[in-house]
Design a protein around this ligand. Structure first.
Ligand code: MSP
Length: 511
């Protein structure tokens, strides 16, 4: 069985989780669920990034012991994983002993390979971004991200990043799909082409980090510590261990566009220097604004994912995030667009389809799965189109084009609704044309069954509820042709049960 290793970035524990964090996690979860039902052995990792000055300062501001603070906030992220129904196989914390050992070993490997030397750093640092900036990168005295910067002058260990400029460029050129989308690939390429300087990889002014093995006055730069999580979760330094052998290199590191430089430049350079194979692909997604404003604490517009889930439902939230904007683009999170999406795609279209087909089967066949008789051109046309759309859906999912993949699912929903409208099963029932009625409802029911398979990565709760009404369970999910192109999949002695209302229409005024 082929394997797939998918990672989210690990989240800083300086504050509560918000919709931006939920977005990265949901995208990874959809991909993980997709690959699992496509027959792959999947390892899906998420976790929390718990060191660095930013976190130390947040704990100090609240006057809480740092370890207690990070334990609490990390728990919030673990709870969010549950409320988002993430199927992560492991949750890594960078304050765990295993990770600390792993990062120390990684550091020692770099030292052994003469990749690290002691010098002095004098330059700008942004605590909020946990990033170093060159003088020429600053915009009106601030980081290009708008964050405050401070002047830092201290002894520091440096990583010989400049030595990796050429190997990195060669690597990008040989692997044009290494970074997606293409615009982000080009951005990274341009950055490296403009020249790389050695990177400061330790700090001395504070203590909340992993001590540098040979000099405890220094803590490791939080990004070096954090990136190693992708290895330590697989048991590194035990590279001969089952997990590491099975899952490294990662297949997908999914990250926000703001942290591309760390993943697209520093991480491959660290790995090359340590002589470890490079991940296969980085996918950078865009950022969400809220009602057209940047999400920020000071504006008081930070969206708590739990509140959205409580009000609109988990599947609706996951659906909106992955459907609303092409993965890679920025998006705007607004109540109106959320409600519009839920009502138009889910309530009026998908929900309506399920509702009408199940009620007609319950009414006319006492819930028994209807039998086929002769198939006409209409059925052939519908099933033919469904086969094409399901294969397009699969291609879009494997290229992390979630929005396009979902649009194929909705196209199927619309087609089946149209098919029902044109066949007028209510008239067939009235006229006593039972064979034909039975065929139309069976084809429609099998289409819903196929839709429940396709929607599983995006809306797992609804998918499972439909399956339950069909007397099936999660194990049945698959994406091969027997599952997706088979319109006599359901057992004919089965009695289906009513599906709960999956997507209630939201009755809120749209401004
Ligand atoms: N700790 C680092 C990652 C280390 S990975 C080795 C970090 N953490 S973070 O908590 O600040 O951000 C985590 C993820 O959330 C990033 O992918 C980031 O892009 C994403 N988002 C944070 N705010 C966001 C939005 N407003 N919109 C979309 N995603 C955003 O960076």
């Amino acid at each position: 069985m082929d394997k797939i290793y998918i990672t989210t970035p690990i989240y800083y524990v300086n504050d509560k989780p918000h919709v931006g964090h939920a977005y990265t996690s949901i995208a990874c979860d959809a991909l993980a669920r997709f690959y699992r039902i496509a027959g792959y052995d999947v390892f899906f990792l998420t976790g929390t990034d718990e060191h660095g000055l930013k976190i130390q300062q947040s704990a100090e501001k609240k006057d809480i012991n740092i370890q207690t603070f990070v334990d609490d906030v990390s728990r919030n992220f673990q709870n969010l994983s549950q409320s988002l129904m993430l199927t992560n196989d492991y949750f890594i914390r960078t304050t765990s002993e295993q990770h600390k050992n792993s990062a120390s070993f990684f550091w020692e490997t770099l030292v052994e390979k003469d990749q690290i030397y002691l010098d002095k750093y004098a330059g700008w640092y942004s605590v909020r971004d946990e990033a170093y900036y060159q003088e020429e990168e600053l915009v009106n005295g601030k980081a290009p991200t708008g964050s405050e910067v401070e002047w830092v002058e201290e002894p520091s260990y440096f990583f010989r990043l400049s030595e990796w400029e050429k190997p990195l460029l060669d690597f990008y050129k040989k692997n044009p799909d290494f970074i997606k989308p293409k615009s982000r690939y080009n951005e990274v390429l341009r950055f490296v082409e403009s020249g790389l300087r050695d990177l400061s990889v330790s700090r001395t002014g504070f203590k909340w980090g992993i001590p540098v093995p040979e000099n405890n006055n220094h803590v490791m730069y939080v990004w070096l510590d954090a990136l190693v999580n992708y290895l330590s979760a697989l048991g590194y330094p035990d590279t001969a261990g089952d997990k590491f052998k099975r899952f490294w290199p990662a297949d997908f590191h999914i990250v926000g566009k703001d942290i591309l430089r760390f993943h697209g430049v520093y991480w491959p350079a660290f790995l090359m220097a340590a002589d470890i194979p490079l991940p296969k692909q980085l996918v950078a997604h865009g950022w969400w604004t809220v009602e057209k404003e940047k999400m920020s604490k000071s504006l008081g517009n930070v969206v708590d994912p739990n509140e959205v889930i409580d009000e609109f439902g988990l599947d609706q939230f996951r659906y909106f995030l992955l459907r609303e904007v092409p993965f890679g683009n920025d998006g705007d999170f607004s109540r109106d667009s959320l409600i519009l999406r839920i009502n138009s795609d889910l309530a009026n279209n998908f929900g309506n389809l399920i509702n009408r087909v199940f009620s007609m089967i319950l009414k006319n066949f006492e819930g028994k799965v209807p039998k086929y008789s002769n198939l006409t051109k209409s059925e052939d046309a519908l099933t033919g189109k469904i086969e094409i759309l399901t294969s397009q859906y699969k291609n879009h999912m494997t290229s992390t084009d979630f929005s396009k993949a979902i649009s194929k699912v909705i196209e199927i929903v619309s087609l089946v609704n149209k098919y029902i409208d044109s066949q007028e099963p209510w008239a067939l029932a009235k006229n006593g044309e039972t064979d034909r009625l039975s065929t139309v409802l069976r084809i429609s029911l099998e289409s819903i069954r196929i839709l429940s398979f396709l929607i599983y990565p995006i809306c797992p709760l609804s998918s499972l509820k439909i399956l339950q009404s069909l007397g099936l369970d999660e194990e049945i999910l698959a994406l091969d042709s027997d599952a997706l192109a088979n319109f006599s999949f359901l057992k004919e002695d089965l009695i289906i049960t009513k599906v709960d209302l999956l997507f209630p229409k939201i009755d809120k005024k749209i401004s």
